[in-house]
Structure formats: structure tokens, C-alpha cells
Ligand binder design. Structure first.
Ligand code: KG4
Length: 334
């Protein structure tokens, strides 16, 4: 089954062609980073307009690269939530029109389910059940993936996402946007014990819930203090201490959840899964616990449409299709 899939929830416009949920025939991505960089973050209106400008071109290019024609497409899938509402709307409306014009089913896909499914593309042998830590610029969730479309949140951030914590910390350190990669790169030259950063815990709710805003504020305060007093700031040390703190907050909870559920497999997904400290700590923890770790290659960690085509396939098999009244949503339960 060939699915033409669309992703436009934030600052990447992406179109892919995926066969049977596992094989990527084309995976086109247009990154808007250069458009937002000057503002230090994503400007929603600019994001929406840019999606509109390139989505049609990317769709044609994806079909061409896949070596298929419009008539070969069996279904159309799109991210319909969560995300920047104006941005998601562009992908949803384009996908609706494409499905109508081609006379094929329309499959709505939750963006975080898509991130989780990136692992199916990278690892053909991976099947549920497994625990997945989904960490990106807008979401941080620990998910019990019981089946391809049967999943529930074990814990999540109560405030900022892990990616937001990296991005805001990078901004105050003058490292540009998006800040996760520059912090990761800088951390490699630093001592991860240079700064004693907090690892906030949250009261009540799930033991797997997390909080990153206090950690972000601690980094901002250290940077402001250094600026005001003229004291030197060890930026590589601060970057390394931050990566260590974020990693410790994520890895411990994920390992505990897998042990409690008795799952053999642990997956990580989303843009922050590109972080080298988090990847290394997961590898060490899984080796120690005798668990199998799945982390997608860097290209599949960030936003892409191939992951939407992968999850779209399983949503279709579960009968989850939509009509042309499908709406876009800024927030949505997993
Ligand atoms: O999944 P993604 O492309 O978009 C969302 O769905 O949000 O994730 C983007 C996030 C940004 O916050 C970015 O700074 C972060 O992923 N990121 C990283 C790294 N590469 C990207 N964070 C930490 N270390 C990295 N190497």
C-alpha cells in the first residue's frame, strides 16, 4: 500500500511516499530554519505562509523521486495535531484536497505517534510492545506502546519540553536557533560536572512526569549573573552540565518504566533524540539492564513526513480514516 504523507506542524514542510508503513520511497523536507533564525524562534505566521509556498512543489518532487504517479497512491496521510495551528492547517487542507482529487482515503496522524513510528522505518524488526520516550521541541512524553495504535502516556512534562529547555538555554548563551545541536556540540568540550544544575521532580500525578522549566531558568540565571557581574562563564561546562541533567531526568524514568512493564524493548524518538549524551546514556543503561535500544538515525529524529506515512499505514489498518471535514488541532491527546 502506497501512502503519500504530509507533515507541517512546525517549521519543516515535508512530503513522503511510504510503502506498507516500513519502506520509504521518497522523503522530501524543506527546513524553514533560515527564515526564523533572525527572530530566535519560530514565528507561526511565517511558518504557515512558507508551508503554503512549498508544499505543492514538494509533493510533486516526492512523487517523482519515488518513481510513482498520482494514480499509484492508495491513501493520503497528514499530521492533524498537535502543532502551530496555522502551520498544521496548511498540511491538513492540502492533504484533504489531494485525497479528494485522487479518490483515496484520508488518514489523520498524531504528530507524536509519527515520531514514535520513525523507529519502524529504521528497524524493520521492531514491533510493539515497547516503551518510547518521545522528546522534541514541543513535546516530552514517555509512552507505553502496547500496539501500533494502542498507546498511552506514562508520564510527560508538566511545563516545557526538553527541546524548549535546550533552545532557550542556547539563546541565552548566544548559540542561535534551534539550540539543541549547538549545545550538544559545545558540550563535547566541557566538563559535565562544572555546574550543579537542578533535576526538578514534580509532586502528585505520575511518577514519570517531568519538569524542565526550572532547569531552563537555572541556566538563564547563571548566564545573566555572569553578564551582570563580569564573572567568566564556562559555556562548554554549562552545556555539558545541561546535557547531563536533561539526560539523567529522561533515562532513569524510561528505564524504570520499562522494568515495571516488563518490556524488553526501549525506543527513543523526536528531535532531541539526536543528542549525543542522551544516546550514549541510553546505550549504557540498556546494556546494563539487558534491554534492546532503538533510536532512529538523525534524519528520522527531526520532523519528517516519512514517519507520518509509517504511522498512517497502521492507523489505516485500524480503520482510522477521516472525511473532508477533518480539522487541525493545536493540542490533542495521544
Ligand atoms: O522533532 P523536532 O524536529 O520538532 C518538533 O516536533 O518539535 O525537534 C526539534 C527540537 C529542537 O528543540 C532542537 O533544538 C532539538 O530538537 N534538537 C536537539 C538536537 N538536535 C535537535 N536537542 C538536543 N541535542 C541535539 N543534538
Amino acid at each position: 500500500m502506497l501512502i503519500l504523507s504530509f507533515e507541517s506542524s512546525c517549521d519543516e514542510t515535508a512530503v513522503a511516499v511510504v510503502e506498507d508503513g516500513r519502506r520509504v520511497l521518497a522523503d522530501e523536507i524543506f527546513s524553514q530554519v533560515a527564515l526564523h533564525e533572525i527572530y530566535g524562534g519560530v514565528v507561526p505566521e511565517i511558518a504557515a505562509r512558507s508551508h503554503l509556498e512549498v508544499i505543492s512543489l514538494l509533493a510533486d518532487r516526492a512523487l517523482e523521486k519515488a518513481g510513482v504517479t498520482r494514480r499509484d497512491i492508495d491513501a493520503v496521510a497528514c499530521t492533524y495535531a498537535p502543532g502551530l495551528i496555522g502551520a498544521v492547517l496548511v498540511g491538513v487542507n492540502f492533504a484533504k484536497s489531494a485525497a479528494l482529487a485522487l479518490g483515496v482515503p484520508l488518514i489523520p496522524v498524531h504528530h507524536v505517534r509519527g515520531h514514535i513510528a520513525a523507529n519502524y522505518l529504521a528497524y524493520p524488526e521492531l514491533e510493539p510492545p515497547f516503551v518510547c520516550l518521545a522528546i522534541s521541541g514541543g513535546n516530552t512524553m514517555l509512552v507505553d506502546v502496547r500496539g501500533y495504535t494502542d498507546m498511552s502516556i506514562l508520564g510527560q512534562t508538566r511545563d516545557d519540553a526538553a527541546g524548549e529547555c535546550f533552545d532557550k538555554s542556547a539563546r541565552v548563551l548566544g548559540l542561535g536557533y534551534p539550540g539543541g545541536k549547538p549545545i550538544d556540540d559545545l558540550s563535547k568540550r566541557g566538563d559535565d560536572r562544572a555546574y550543579d544544575l537542578p533535576r526538578p521532580t514534580v509532586n502528585g500525578g505520575s511518577p514519570y512526569d517531568m519538569s524542565f522549566s526550572g532547569l531552563k531558568t537555572a541556566v538563564v540565571n547563571l548566564a545573566h549573573h555572569a553578564e551582570q557581574t563580569g564573572e567568566p562563564l564556562d559555556k562548554p561546562g554549562l552545556a555539558a552540565s545541561l546535557c547531563r541533567a536533561v539526560s539523567e531526568m529522561l533515562v532513569g524514568r524510561t528505564m524504570d518504566a520499562a522494568a515495571r512493564l516488563g518490556y524488553e524493548n526501549i525506543a527513543v524518538a523526536g528531535g532531541v533524540a539526536a543528542n549525543s549524551r542522551i544516546r550514549a546514556d541510553f546505550e549504557a543503561a540498556c546494556q546494563k539492564a539487558g534491554k534492546t535500544l532503538f533510536v532512529p538515525p538523525l534524519r528520522l529524529c527531526g520532523d519528517n513526513a516519512a514517519m507520518i506515512g509509517a504511522q498512517g499505514y497502521y492507523e489505516y489498518l485500524a480503520g482510522h480514516t477521516a472525511g473532508s471535514d477533518l480539522n487541525a488541532y493545536a493540542t490533542m491527546e495521544l
